[in-house]
Design a binder for this molecule. Structure first.
Ligand code: PFF
Length: 450
């Protein structure tokens, strides 16, 4: 007999863990820079609409299946599937989720490793170790291996401690720290010269920039940001008590995720224009705002450098924020294959964590050694194709394959008078028809447009 399954001790524990998974590099880095490059507030509006009309319903599909099945994605989908064809589909989707979660974690750990190295750099600078400081912010293979490795170990240590003592405890500790750091940084940056121009770019909509590509970009961002498709939310749902209301908790997770992405924009966009004021280039040669690695690893550090001693503290706070946000997300990704290894392969939690953690670190290593060829490719396969397609599959499971009465019974648990809610009237058919069609349409369009 294997050990009893873990469970979150309270709804707050679940909320911190699920919001911790959702809030990550995607919110603090991805969202603000996409908004900056796609018409500022116009993107923000489209994103908000998609997050609530598309991502939230898909999130509910995962949470409901997970809590009903009380198991990992493969097992859960097999459980709701009837007949050979559905079972095959369950296996493809379930293992697809495990593979895509592992691939996302393999590149995510590399980026998180950069954040961690930049967090350590100010300490090297203060102690006069200039050589070390340069190595930390360089792009050497040795730096990447060491810091990806250290970040992977932190992720593994938390996951090895289990659901309540690992995931819940650390998320509950780190999420408030993240919010405090974010707010402190915003207050500081908004008082610097140039900040208001950044705010304007972020908050003034330019609807002429709306385009089909923007829609796809916003949809991809919403799926990535809410950790959808790969079974993360499904497994967290499986650790949730039957006494809690799923629609309410799902809505809270969405609101926190969107809220923090929006708030991060109040930091990043103004910071870019403060950097410009201080003499750092924030537009690329093509006249576009610098986004991605160039922004976080060049523009912002250059800005911190101009701030003197205060800059050291701001840099530490900023990269601590990024490292914390990454960690509460990476643990949720690792839990997907680990839960499968425990429940389906009979491994113990520690052994499973070590084994899976090492395999994923091996993939990260492969990417580090073949960075130019693999880094972008893995991101594209896992987040642009994997997540949306798996998201459609999960909506099909909730809407078509799973027995309707069971789905509705699971939804009712923990939510009195749910029959009187708008959610009850809309969601069951919405997840069946509208969600898959919208995701597929956006997806097909993106493939056609290229
Ligand atoms: N939601 C995370 C972010 O916004 O950074 C990324 C993520 C976490 C994606 C977990 C997928 C996942 F399973």
């Amino acid at each position: 007999m294997s050990a009893p399954r873990g469970q979150f001790s309270s709804n707050v524990g679940f909320l911190m863990a699920a919001a911790g998974s959702a809030v990550g590099l995607g919110n603090i880095w991805g969202f603000p820079t996409k908004a900056a490059g796609n018409g500022g507030a116009a993107f923000v509006v489209v994103y908000l609409v998609l997050a609530f009309l598309l991502a939230y319903p898909a999130l509910m599909a995962e949470l409901t299946i997970g809590r009903h099945a009380r198991s990992n994605m493969v097992q859960a989908l097999r459980g709701v599937a009837i007949g050979p064809f559905s079972r095959l589909f369950a296996n493809i989707t379930g293992f697809g989720g495990i593979i895509v979660a592992s691939l996302i974690l393999s590149f995510y750990s590399i980026v998180a490793g950069w954040m961690f190295a930049y967090l350590v750099e100010p300490f090297a600078a203060i102690s006069g170790a200039t050589g070390a400081a340069e190595w930390l912010t360089g792009s050497s293979v040795s730096r990447n291996l060491l810091f990806t490795g250290m970040f992977s170990i932190m992720t593994m240590v938390i996951i090895a401690s289990g659901v309540e003592k690992g995931i819940e405890r650390w998320s509950t500790l780190l999420m408030p720290a993240l919010i405090i750091l974010l707010l402190l940084l915003i207050v500081y940056v908004l008082t610097q010269p140039g900040a208001m121009t950044g705010l304007e770019v972020y908050l003034m909509p330019d609807f002429s920039l709306l385009s089909p590509e923007l829609l796809i970009s916003a949809m991809g961002q919403a799926f990535f940001s809410l950790s959808l498709g790969v079974g993360t939310m499904l497994i967290y749902g499986s650790y949730l008590s039957k006494q809690e209301s799923l629609p309410r908790l799902g809505a809270l997770v969405t609101i926190i995720d969107v809220g923090i992405a929006f708030t991060a924009g109040l930091l990043i966009l103004p910071a870019m224009y403060v950097a410009q004021e201080a003499g750092t280039q924030i537009f690329s040669e093509g006249g576009e705002l610098i986004a991605g690695p160039g922004l976080i690893l060049q523009v912002l550090p250059a800005l911190f450098d101009t701030m003197g001693t205060a800059g050291l503290f701001v840099a530490i706070a900023f990269f601590a924020l990024m490292t914390i946000a990454s960690l509460t997300s990476s643990i949720s990704m690792l839990e997907v294959p680990v839960a499968f290894s425990i429940e389906n392969l009979g491994l113990r939690r520690r052994g499973a964590t070590l084994l899976v953690g090492l395999v994923i670190f091996a993939i990260s290593t492969l990417i580090i050694f073949n960075f130019d060829a693999l880094f972008g490719l893995v991101i594209s396969i896992s987040t642009e194709y994997g997540q949306p397609l798996l998201g459609v599959a999960l909506c099909v499971f909730a809407g078509w394959i799973w027995r309707r009465d069971q789905l509705l019974t699971e939804l009712k648990k923990g939510h009195e008078n749910i029959e009187t809610t708008l959610f009850w009237r809309v969601w069951p058919w919405y997840v069946r028809i509208v969600c898959p069609l919208l995701i597929l349409a956006a997806f097909a369009q993106s493939v056609l447009v290229g």
